[in-house]
Design a protein around this ligand. Structure first.
Ligand SMILES: Cc1cc2nc3c(=O)[nH]c(=O)nc-3n(C[C@H](O)[C@H](O)[C@H](O)COP(=O)(O)OP(=O)(O)OC[C@H]3O[C@@H](n4cnc5c(N)ncnc54)[C@H](O)[C@@H]3O)c2cc1C
Length: 469
């Protein structure tokens, strides 16, 4: 059962960047090719900085490849989050369970009865549609996953607290149709002006609409961007100041929002108290347990990667193919990743807001923002994730691992063998993480390598086995 308090799925706005690792996950759901066809592919990012000859004007300082070589066969793409929701809903509707969300119900509380293993979680819902005011429902469940955003009621129910800080900086985002003489408008661009702030441009699928993230005013300690009542016009005026000498004549604002940057994270992503030996029953995922700036384009990706990690484990446990202790690895694995994300995002936000040095301006040194961008490529692509070796044991019946399985080293593997000439690589000589045989759709489970072997007939970039995500 999926419960959502809104009356329907979103129709516009919010996230739009999908990294290569998330695209690989979409293969598991069967819609990666559809997404590839419909979307804008981000192959390079252009960087603009103040022109040393006239710092009031911006000048392009570089174009950088956006996806690290040999990291994935998938592109980095831009697509509306609403369209992604549709694709997931389609998969659910066509599945044997014909699963559809129950819209218009709000989760109020979650309670776990530790004395039973039979549906120990009690969830209380209340009507949010306004059709049956004050109507409530009680649902008994074996497991509950709270993907209910930054103000998560599930997190609060299990005693989770978001710890973090605010950058005291207001930002605006708008999806617009506009006339402009800015030459890179159909490219992803990071623009830093001398005194007016920063803009991030993201072209959108379809060829006309594009998104602009616009830096607005500094906020006082504890002040919220919402209290400043910024308007679309404030955002457009700021964008015009930042991109001078170019200009922007906005014809239509499709969607816009104002936000302040904050970074926060919870202590754990499940309901198990420190030191307790019981297995978890309630989990949080996505913004419910970590928040960060949207500019790094990671929130939606990391959120889906959380649930992918949890999803295959839950399926295994529910189908009796794994012990429930497997679920304990979710919080540990994903918390580590969320911490890395928040740290990287912090660093990135700091670098974006830092003034440029003279050496960067006169071209004698590559701008720090470009260096950092290049250094972060694998991280932003989602392919730098590494988990500790699993602590699980081989199946009790054989006491041995199936051929090709190892108990250790279960970090996420790259899916491509990086050998330039497949004819020269063999099973024996492949680097350990590279395993043969997974050109079949990704299955959401740890996969033992198939019996396939690399041979001279394998296409260039022969695929490797998917491992745990
Ligand atoms: C402007 C903007 C741009 C962004 N750009 C990007 C990007 O390019 N790439 C990227 O990866 N991320 C981006 N993000 C971040 C991304 O949108 C979020 O990280 C992502 O949506 C988190 O997903 P989630 O499911 O955890 O939470 P949410 O998207 O917040 O979803 C939570 C859902 O739970 C529902 N809900 C909440 N409480 C309850 C309750 N008590 N009962 C029932 N339902 C409830 C809400 O109605 C909502 O539908 C952006 C965010 C914003 C705001």
């Amino acid at each position: 059962m999926i419960v959502e308090r809104m009356p329907s799925n979103i129709i516009k706005g919010k996230a739009d960047g999908i990294n290569t690792r998330t695209m690989e996950m979409f293969q598991a759901f069967g819609f990666a090719d559809k997404v590839k066809r419909e979307t804008y592919w981000v192959n390079q990012t252009a960087f603009w900085m103040p022109d040393p000859a006239n710092p009031a004007h911006i000048k392009r300082v570089g174009r950088v490849q956006d996806v690290a070589d040999d990291s994935s066969e998938m592109p980095h793409i831009l697509i509306n989050q609403a369209r992604l929701h549709e694709l997931f809903l389609e998969v659910m509707q066509n599945s044997p369970s014909r699963l559809a969300p129950d819209y218009g119900w709000e989760l109020v509380s979650v309670a776990v009865d530790e004395t039973t293993d039979d549906h120990p979680v009690t969830v209380t819902l209340k009507d949010a549609s306004g059709i049956n005011w004050w109507a409530t429902r009680t649902v008994r469940a074996n497991y509950v996953v709270g993907c209910d955003g930054a103000h998560s009621a599930v997190r609060k129910s299990i005693g989770g607290v978001l710890h973090g800080d605010a950058a005291n900086q207001a930002w605006g985002v708008m999806d617009i149709l506009a006339n402009t003489d800015f030459p890179d408008v159909r490219q992803k661009c990071l623009i830093s002006s001398a005194n007016e702030g920063n803009v991030l441009i993201l072209p959108r699928e379809g060829g006309y609409v594009f998104r602009m993230y616009v830096e607005l005013d500094k906020l006082k300690d504890g002040e919220k961007a919402a209290s400043r009542k910024f308007t679309q016009d404030d955002m457009i005026a700021a964008a015009n100041r930042i991109i001078a000498p170019y200009s922007l004549d906005v014809k239509e604002v499709v969607w816009w929002s104002i936000y302040d940057i904050g970074h926060s994270i919870t202590d754990k992503f499940d309901d198990v108290a420190e030191g307790s030996s019981r297995n978890p029953r309630v989990f949080t995922a996505g913004d419910a347990c970590h928040t960060h700036s949207p500019k790094a384009g990671q929130g939606m990706n990391v959120s889906m990667q959380d649930t992918f990690n949890l999803g295959w484990k839950l399926v295994h446990v529910l189908q009796g193919r794994a012990d429930a202790s497997l679920l304990r690895s979710y919080s540990k694995e994903r918390l580590t990743e969320a911490k890395r994300l928040v740290e990287t995002d912090h660093e990135w936000a700091r670098i974006m807001s830092a003034p440029t040095t003279q050496a960067e301006r006169d071209g004698s040194e590559e701008p720090r923002i470009i260096r950092q961008f290049k250094a972060n490529l694998e991280f932003t692509g989602g392919t730098a994730v590494k988990y500790d070796p699993p602590r699980c044991s081989p199946p009790a019946r054989t006491r041995r691992w199936p051929r090709g399985w190892r108990s250790g080293g279960a970090s996420i593997r790259r899916r491509w063998c990086a050998c330039p000439t497949p004819s020269r690589c063999s099973w024996a000589t492949w680097p350990r993480p590279m395993r043969a045989g997974a050109s079949t759709p990704l299955r959401a489970r740890p996969t033992a390598p198939s019996r396939a072997r690399p041979s001279t007939s394998w296409p260039t970039g022969c695929r490797t086995t998917r491992n745990r995500l």
